[in-house]
Design a protein around this ligand. Structure first.
Ligand code: NAP
Length: 409
């Protein structure tokens, strides 16, 4: 049953106005989604109650997508779902299966593109004593800003041998003088200044708001000059044109300041993608915010998640100017569906990001602390238990209840 509440509004300055009972949309998700969502919802409600003593409460509104939507409405992603999310401005979702052979390439990609949620924000922060393959995992504290609407994810792709692939191959060879292997499948990688610039601006805003030291532009521009290379070039232009008095480039840092960051300035630097993969392992403390195109962002966020305890602890948010959808980094983990087994930490931490987005920082901190305390007490789900000798392995729902218990004091 839906609860009574008020709609969140957004002012011209992009700021949210949130009442005490904001209506927030949720999609429970497929596979392990219902298990982790159920556990996470209980924890988030308990966190809000613990922080505000019943004065504030989220009014949850269920919207359908994925297998549940298909079963009940015949559609994978009903139009009403998108309308409600747009109207309510904030939503949280469990993972969704990509229907194989269906009309939709990926429901997740569709939601991001249709709602223009152009920034995928994925913080990676180590929660002790979660097991990590690093020697000094406490140095891992980064946020990835992944462009969410273009790049190879734009869906412009043609199967090998198809009429479109043949036609495009002929065009590339005859009109543009390119050489294409015979019978190749083709994918197009569109990347634009507009979409790069708004993503990088959001990443810089984030660093400025939190007093962070640097924004790193991650790209593969040494090989793909006019897409990935342009991303870096447009990123630097954005920093210079919109934040000239709040940023400096890494070159300026060394040429003019002998490597010592001037107070109040964010250093803008860039790294080639393959090199960054090793630097985040060897010297994670050198990176705060990483802004990157879509495909690089997909890879680096899973790799970073592994450094901080794995996908079961990896939260995320898809943010646009008009609405935001919070979701875990991982997928539906279908082999564990319905087993009440997997770690709900990823959705709980996505919920923490959501509470911060609402400005409910006390509730966010309460949930974060209770989650950390539960893990510190050695009460964990299978994924952490297999790396923590002596820990007590519990089900997904029990893990949620244990966190709630610590919130209730
Ligand atoms: P996945 O669902 O992310 O699962 C891969 C592995 O990650 C799992 O087998 C498990 O590892 C670990 N894992 C995932 N969630 C976990 C959790 N909550 N707690 C602990 N460990 C967790 O990847 P996939 O199997 O490649 O994808 C399955 C489906 O999800 C596909 O249909 C895909 O399209 C979809 N997907 C959806 C989203 C989204 O909704 N945003 C994102 C990615 C993928 P172990 O086997 O080692 O235990």
């Amino acid at each position: 049953m839906e609860q009574q509440g008020e709609k969140i509004t957004i002012g011209a300055d992009g700021k949210l106005t949130v009442g005490d009972n904001p209506m927030i949309a949720f999609i429970e998700g497929d596979g392990t989604g219902p298990d982790i969502w159920r556990a996470a919802r209980g924890v988030l409600d308990a966190g809000v109650a613990a922080a505000y003593g019943g004065k504030r409460r989220i009014a949850w509104v269920e919207v359908l997508a994925g297998e549940k939507a298909h079963k009940l409405t015949g559609e994978w992603l009903p139009r009403k779902t998108l309308e409600v999310i747009k109207d309510l401005k904030v939503a949280i979702k469990g993972p969704l299966t990509t229907p194989v052979g269906g009309g939709m390439r990926s429901l997740n990609v569709a939601i991001r593109q249709i709602l223009d949620l152009y920034a995928c924000v994925r913080p990676v922060r180590y929660v002790p004593p979660v097991p990590s393959p690093l020697k000094e995992p406490e140095k891992v504290d980064m946020v990835v800003f992944r462009e969410n609407t273009e790049d190879l994810y734009a869906g412009i792709e043609y199967e090998a041998g198809s009429e479109q692939a043949e036609k495009l191959t002929r065009f590339l060879e005859d009109e543009l003088g390119a050489s294409v292997p015979e019978g190749a499948g083709l994918g197009i990688k569109p990347m634009s200044k507009k979409n790069t610039s708004r993503l990088v601006a959001r990443a810089i805003d984030y660093a400025i708001d939190r007093g962070l030291s640097s924004v790193t532009l991650m790209h593969k521009g040494n090989i793909m000059k006019f897409t990935e290379g342009a991303f870096a070039k447009w990123g630097y232009e954005t920093a210079r044109e919109l934040y000239g008095d709040r940023t400096i480039t890494e070159n300026e840092l060394w040429d003019d300041y002998n490597g010592k960051r001037p107070e109040g300035r964010v250093v803008i630097k860039d790294r080639i993608a393959d090199m960054l993969f090793q630097q985040v392992l060897l010297r994670p403390e050198e990176f705060d915010v990483i802004a990157t195109p879509n495909l690089n962002g997909d890879y680096i966020s899973d790799a970073l998640a592994a450094q901080a305890g794995g996908l079961g602890m990896a939260p995320g948010a898809n943010m646009g100017d008009r609405c935001a959808v919070f979701e875990a980094t991982h997928g539906t983990a279908p082999k564990y569906a319905g087993l009440d087994k997997v770690n709900p930490g990823s959705v709980i931490l996505s919920g923490v990001m959501m509470l911060e987005h609402l400005g409910w920082n006390e509730a966010a901190q309460a949930v974060r602390d209770a989650l950390a305390a539960t893990i510190a007490d050695g009460v964990v789900t299978y994924d952490l238990a297999r790396q923590m000798p002596g820990a007590r392995e519990v089900k997904c729902s029990t893990f949620g209840r244990e966190i709630e218990k610590r919130l209730k004091g």
